[in-house]
Design a protein around this ligand. Structure first.
Ligand code: HEC
Length: 137
């Protein structure tokens, strides 16, 4: 009983410790499950690989959008612009705090943008790496 009370007071004192899971963590966790299903040796998403994907120039997608940077600007911390000239908030989590919290939104834009830039869907590994990079920024 005494121990229980101690535990309860610790949890009450550190609410952030009890709030580990959230919608953004769920998005990542789901991609982890898929990445592991694709490759049993999967050992976690990689910020560096995500950075490489963000800056890479592809020739397999639409000629007018060879790269993620075509719309998201050449820095995750800067605002981007759609082809029609509409502003896009920065992708870096430090700049746009509500990013990657809506699983449907994340899935929709990965589908669209990967098809435009790479000419195919991104793999769960690529998506997770990209998010790891943006969350680190
Ligand atoms: C043709 C322009 C364009 C290109 C190229 C583009 N994007 Fe986007 N992207 C957008 C727009 C527009 C949005 C939605 C607006 C927003 O989220 O602020 C968006 C949103 C996203 C989101 C959802 C963000 C969230 O808050 O959930 C992800 C993930 C994303 N893009 C990934 C990528 C990746 C990966 C690439 C490169 C493979 C890429 N985008 C290339 C225009 C683009």
């Amino acid at each position: 009983m005494r121990n229980l009370l101690i535990i309860i007071s610790i949890l009450a004192f550190f609410p952030a410790m009890t709030a580990t899971a959230g919608p953004r963590e769920d998005v990542i966790a789901q991609l982890e499950t898929l990445a592991k299903a694709d490759d049993a040796s999967f050992s976690g998403f990689d910020v560096k690989r995500g950075e490489t994907l963000f800056f890479a120039k592809f020739t397999t997608g639409k000629p007018e959008t060879p790269s993620c940077t075509s719309c998201h600007s050449t820095s995750p911390k800067n605002a981007g612009e759609t082809r029609a000239g509409k502003a896009i908030d920065p992708m870096a989590l430090s700049k746009t705090s509500d990013r990657y919290t809506d699983a449907k939104k994340v899935a929709k834009w990965f589908r669209r943008n990967c098809n435009s830039v790479l000419g195919r869907e991104c793999t769960p590994l690529e998506k997770g790496d990209f998010l790891a990079f943006m969350i680190s920024q």
